[in-house]
Write a protein that binds this ligand. Structure first.
Ligand code: GCV
Length: 728
């Protein structure tokens, strides 16, 4: 009797204990970064109290894959954020309903007669307004298109996640750029060129039969920041991706993305008619070649009616292209454009072309090759130009093509994956870098002709606009390798939606959505993020230096390297250190690449006295004893900048350590570990660069700069990647 009784009492306790253990383990395990910025954990209590009466149910009338996605996202999101069920309802039966849809899908929204306003915002724009429906206060999220309604739903969730007021909403938004596209440099064997977060998310072997459910989360994440396109394969493309087999696999991915408004694109290998079609040539003016591409386009659109188009890297780094047949880039692009035009597809033609002819300046090559063809590209061609004229360096001046092709639709390409910026080991928030290029004034139509206005079409006109980001995602559980690299994916989407968004706002909202609402922590994390890019410039390539990275993998410094077959892959080509000084003379006395900028910009950059110090060694070969603005010599300033970069990382580590109790233990520890690698790397950069440049300057390190820890010979012996395999 006693034993029975005892068992009755003890069982609930055992069950509870087991449940609590499992629950705790599950919660602890969940902090692996998988949920990105779409965590939907309960908000601070006082905010839940404020939001509750205004978010009581979710009303999404009608059925479609996108409407179902909206319903599920809002119900899950609001339920999670408000710490209790927010049910789905069929109609407005209570105050505080959140009503979402289009005039076509929702009689409630049709009844509001917002048709004209919605039409003006287009199928991706949305209105979010606090109104009354049948005397009940509700929030309406409406769009002319279902994708716009989805974007509106994510925007509403972001308002909650960022603790913004929602009682008198009157939000009206539409994307400033049409194509907001990730470029995946994924190879068909699952490897990712310049990928640092595992393998490709596309399992080509298993497709089309098996579609990884993770693709839905990838599409959700993209939609949440307005990214509407994904180029699935590497620009160093295999023709195989256009084969019938692979197109079926691509179609299965397109099906998974479609409810979230993400269209697929493919990188097209220019020589595919030869490799796949067995033709003798890929000459863009050959009628058989044209017909082959036409048939290929028809085949693609039969499988994927909303296929976005082709991205092409032509005649660059060994890729085939029209120049192989003595045709121009415009002739090549237009031939593909003609094949896609009947289906409303686009050709995104990359401007990343450079001819390694001896004596040429790589920074000038793309302009020389493409600018003469301004006005000759077909209406469904966009020219995709990297932010700077060399290659995604920690800092470059804006690409001169932005101010020089008024009759061409030019889109911006940035690199989200951190090829030259510490890969997945360094915390470097890239929004400030992208802001810098977007805010750069090309002076193409007088002062205020910013790159942002070039790419959004407002400066030169142009029907098609866009921005591309080389993706940093992979199969790692946290998607991007470094938890903070998620912030760069997020920032890309936010800036492609609105190229005027301040970095501070992006950092702030991402931190709240991803880590914490603790005001002290938000302040501290956002500060670290906002300062991080400048710090990386300091400890890698201060004062306009560039391309000093270890050849091949581009991790860590190798300023002494001069053994690559192409001179433009050697760091010595870029820094040009000698006994007199340091830097690349791109003025009249040197390559004169500076002349590619509009006169006011050119004159400012070309004059040593007016050139912004951040671009000093980009445009000038400067004597070691030249006095920079601080009054110090170039050599002393250089050394102190390197030291400043190292000091910053130490400070960031300390600030991060102080957040120990506020950030969950799992992610806190993971980031702390990465920061310790970053500190080691920063000191390594400082020491090896200064020791090497000292062999030319022959000057001592100024006070305030730590003595180097190893000999130059030791730094030259092994790359940082070889001494530590944590990166890959
Ligand atoms: C995909 C740089 C990278 C290459 C990349 C190339 C490009 O050179 O190192 O890996 O190739 O840019 O943008 O095409």
């Amino acid at each position: 009797m006693f034993r029975e009784h005892h068992r009755e009492r003890i069982w609930p306790i055992i069950c509870l204990t087991v449940f609590l253990q499992l629950f705790t383990a599950a919660v602890a395990k969940a902090e692996d970064g998988y949920r990105l910025w779409l965590r939907y954990d309960p908000l601070p209590g006082e905010m839940i109290g404020a939001y509750r009466p205004r978010v009581t149910s979710v009303v999404v009338q009608g059925r479609s894959a996108t409407l179902d996605a909206i319903r599920a996202e809002l119900a899950d999101g609001c339920t999670g954020l408000l710490g209790g069920p927010v049910p789905v309802a069929g109609g407005v039966d209570r105050a505080g309903a959140v009503v979402v849809g289009t005039p076509q899908s929702s009689p409630l929204i049709a009844g509001l007669r917002w048709g004209r306003r919605l039409a003006a915002l287009g199928p991706e724009g949305f209105l979010i307004r606090s109104v009354r429906l049948g005397q009940r206060p509700v929030t309406v999220i409406a769009s002319d298109g279902e994708t716009g309604a989805l974007y509106g739903a994510f925007h509403f969730l972001r308002l909650l996640q960022a603790l913004q007021p929602i009682d008198r909403l009157d939000v009206s938004q539409k994307p400033r750029l049409q194509l907001r596209v990730l470029n995946h440099w994924d190879n068909l064997d699952g490897q990712i060129e310049r990928g640092y977060a595992g393998r490709s998310l596309w399992d080509w072997k298993a497709l089309p039969e098996t579609v990884d459910p993770r693709l839905r989360d990838y599409a959700r994440a993209n939609a949440s920041v307005g990214i509407n396109g994904s180029v699935l394969n590497n620009v160093n493309a295999s023709a195989q991706s256009l084969s019938a087999d692979y197109l079926r696999k691509t179609a299965a991915i397109a099906d998974a993305f479609r409810p979230y408004g993400v269209r697929v694109y493919l990188s097209a290998r220019f020589s595919a008619p030869v490799e796949l079609g067995g033709l003798k040539t890929a000459d863009p003016l050959d009628p058989e070649v044209k017909a082959w591409w036409q048939r290929k386009a028809d085949e693609i659109y039969k499988l994927i009616p909303d296929f976005g188009g082709f991205l092409v890297k032509a005649n660059s780094e060994g890729q085939p292209g029209p120049r192989t047949y003595n045709r121009s880039h415009a002739e090549g692009a237009n031939m593909l454009a003609a094949a896609l035009a009947p289906h409303k597809g686009v050709v995104i033609w990359r401007a990343f072309v450079y001819d390694p002819k001896p004596g040429d300046d790589r920074a000038a090559a793309a302009y020389d090759e493409l600018q003469p063809f301004d006005g000759q590209f077909a209406p469904n061609v966009l020219l995709q130009v990297k932010n700077g004229p060399v290659d995604f360096q920690p800092r470059e001046p804006f690409h001169p093509l932005f101010g020089a092709m008024p009759k061409t639709q030019v889109m911006l390409e940035v690199q989200i994956t951190q090829e030259y910026l510490g890969q997945s080991n360094h915390l470097v928030f890239l929004a400030p870098m992208w802001r810098e290029v977007l805010d750069s004034d090309t002076h193409a139509r007088g002062p205020g002709s910013t790159v942002a206005k070039v790419i959004d079409g407002s400066l030169f006109g142009g029907r098609l606009t866009g921005m591309a980001g080389v993706a940093n995602t992979g199969s790692d559980r946290n998607w991007t390798g470094h938890h903070f690299a998620q912030g760069n994916w997020y920032a890309f989407g936010r800036l492609a939606w609105n190229p005027d968004l301040p970095s501070r706002q992006i950092a702030d909202e991402w931190t709240r959505m991803t880590f914490t609402h603790d005001p002290r922590a938000v302040e501290s994390v956002a500060r670290i993020m906002l300062e991080s890019r400048e710090a990386a410039v300091d400890y890698m390539t201060p004062l306009g230096l560039h391309h000093l990275m270890w050849a091949g993998h581009h991790y860590g410094p190798q300023p002494w390297w001069d053994k690559e077959p192409s001179p433009v892959w050697n760091p010595v080509y870029y820094h040009r250190a000698d006994a007199r000084g340091l830097g690349f003379d791109r003025t009249k006395t040197g390559s004169n690449a500076v002349s590619q900028y509009q006169p006011p910009v050119r004159d400012r950059f070309a004059d040593l006295d007016t050139c912004p110090e951040k671009f000093l060694l980009w445009f000038h070969h400067v004597p070691w004893d030249w006095r920079v603005r601080s009054g110090r010599t170039l050599w002393d300033e250089l050394a102190l900048r390197y030291q400043r970069g190292v000091d910053w990382v130490r400070g960031a580590r300390k600030s991060w350590d102080d957040l120990g109790g506020v950030i969950d233990a799992e992610r806190h520890a993971a980031v702390a570990k990465k920061l310790s690698v970053q500190e080691r790397d920063a000191a390594w950069w400082r020491d090896s660069c200064l020791l090497y440049f000292q062999t030319f300057s022959q000057r001592p390190l100024p006070p305030g700069v730590e003595q180097t820890r190893r000999t130059l010979r030791e730094y030259m012996a092994k790359s940082l990647l070889d001494i530590d395999a944590t990166n890959h």
